[in-house]
Design a protein around this ligand. Structure first.
Ligand code: ARG
Length: 464
């Protein structure tokens, strides 16, 4: 039996009928549809619509439906997940099953199911991200005081600690976790009791239904509640940020595992070979991670655009928002898992990073800073050191290899302390501000990151 056939004298066009069904994809919402229905039937009983026996019968049947799970064979007569549960209830509980839809609408049900689904996925993705971030923190810890070059414009800029570089990614992904937590706060209100558009016609206890489903409160307006998908859009946008950050990370690692950079040893477990060139080991995992970002952004955009221009309240267009949500979360979750495996396995070529951290005039700013300490105005110091760099470029040497006489020629009084200021350790140490790469500051940052992470893991799992 359809959920709405009474006023129709004609059956729907067969092709249209199949085409408009959402059960092929909204069946994943079955667990949420069941718990939402359980909250609703409890409220129905309180309102006197179901007696004690009837309540027990439908609750028992709903539990049975949850246990059975999503049916493996597709029944083409089922319109959507709500229809499925109603039909199954009638089979399992008899006629009383048809009482369950009293005082409710599929419009509030789908809004509730999706909120419950997204909320669970937020928790799951947050957990996956915590594991991923923890892999960065462990690598940062293992890197100790090892140094590497850092780049602006992809040109060598200044040396940093390897740990400082890794902690930059920790910041990005911690922000993503924060964004998800923020989205969860706004999402966590319960549409049940909103009816089709104007609010339910029965005195249902909305506060009790919200509490049963661990929502903070009932939604404030029935028209908004039945048509709002902001929570899903926000979620998809938050996941787009994750994908954005993953793609930046993947790109940098692709570069750093080239022979030209040679900082990252590409793990075989996350690479493939070439069918033509026997020597090849390709960073496919990283490339696919970079590539997936485009698809994820596109689906998040589809969701956003899908809601554009919809008048209040429910419109069937909203059914089209479901698949992008499912797809984005599936892609992002699986990508984080692969990325975590990569980050846990990857090894760095510390010796080469350390060696590269010292060349290429990356101590030039520190040299200028030393002159500034002697009272030379920075612009003048910049000019003088720039001149010394030019001399080095002509000679094919580094700043620390110029003699005192060479410096005198450039207008610089170079003493022992000046040469000391050019050493890698000193260059690193002068970046002694919060958020800077001086080793003591990086150790502090590492500690802070571990503390933030431990909130997600609890004491037992906090990384040591
Ligand atoms: N399958 C529908 C959806 O996903 C459920 C809501 C249907 N509501 C309606 N008034 N036709 O949006």
């Amino acid at each position: 039996m359809k959920m709405w056939s009474g006023r129709f004298s004609q059956s729907p066009d067969a092709e249209f009928e199949q085409w408009q069904r959402s059960f092929p994809f909204d069946r994943v919402l079955l667990p949420y549809e069941v718990v939402g229905s359980k909250a609703h039937v409890a409220a129905l009983a309180k309102a006197g619509v179901l007696n004690g026996d009837e309540l027990a019968a439908v609750q028992f049947a709903l539990d049975q439906i949850a246990r059975e799970g999503v049916p493996s064979t597709e029944d083409a007569a089922i319109e959507d997940v709500h229809h499925y549960v109603e039909k199954r209830l009638a089979v399992l509980a008899g006629e009383v099953g048809y009482k369950v839809h009293t005082g409710r609408s599929r419009n509030e049900q789908i809004a509730t199911d999706l909120r419950l689904y997204v909320r669970e996925q937020i928790d799951e993705v947050t957990h996956l991200l915590a594991d991923f971030v923890s892999a960065f923190v462990k690598q940062a810890e293992a890197a100790g005081d090892g140094a590497m070059p850092a780049y602006t414009h992809l040109q060598r800029a200044e040396p940093v600690l390897v740990a400082h570089w890794l902690l930059a990614y920790v910041e990005m992904f911690l922000r993503d976790m924060d964004r998800l937590a923020d989205c969860r706060k706004r999402l966590n209100v319960c549409p049940l009791g909103s009816g089709a558009i104007a609010g339910t016609i029965l005195p249902l206890d909305r506060v009790a239904m919200a509490a049963e489903l661990q929502f903070d409160a009932p939604t404030a307006n029935s028209m908004d509640a039945t048509s709002d998908r902001d929570f899903a859009i926000e979620f998809a946008q938050a996941l787009s940020f994750v994908a954005l950050h993953l793609s930046r990370w993947a790109e940098e690692f692709i570069l750093f595992c080239t022979t030209e950079f040679g900082f990252v040893k590409l793990p075989e477990a996350y690479s493939t070979g070439s069918s033509a060139m026997p020597q090849k080991k390709n960073p496919d995992a990283l490339e696919l991670i970079r590539g997936k970002a485009g698809k994820i952004f596109a689906e998040a955009a589809a969701l956003f655009v899908g809601v554009k221009g919809l008048p209040l309240a429910y419109n069937k267009d909203l059914q089209e928002t479901q698949q992008p949500i499912f797809s984005v979360v599936q892609q992002v979750s699986s990508t984080i898992r692969v990325a975590t495996g990569f980050m846990t396995t990857v090894e760095f070529n510390y010796a080469h990073m350390q060696q590269t951290a010292s060349g290429g005039f990356m101590n030039a700013q520190a040299a200028a800073a030393y002159l500034v300490k002697l009272g030379v105005p920075f612009r003048k110091a910049h000019e003088l050191i720039g001149k010394a760099v030019r001399l080095c470029v002509e000679r094919g040497c580094e700043l620390e290899q110029l003699s005192k006489e060479d410096y005198a020629f450039c207008g610089i009084a170079a003493d022992e302390l000046f040469y000391h200021a050019l050493t890698l350790d000193e260059v690193l140490a002068i970046h002694n501000v919060q958020g800077g790469t001086a080793p003591a500051r990086v150790r502090e940052a590492l500690q802070t990151a571990k503390e933030k992470l431990s909130q997600y893991f609890g004491v037992a799992h906090a990384c040591t």
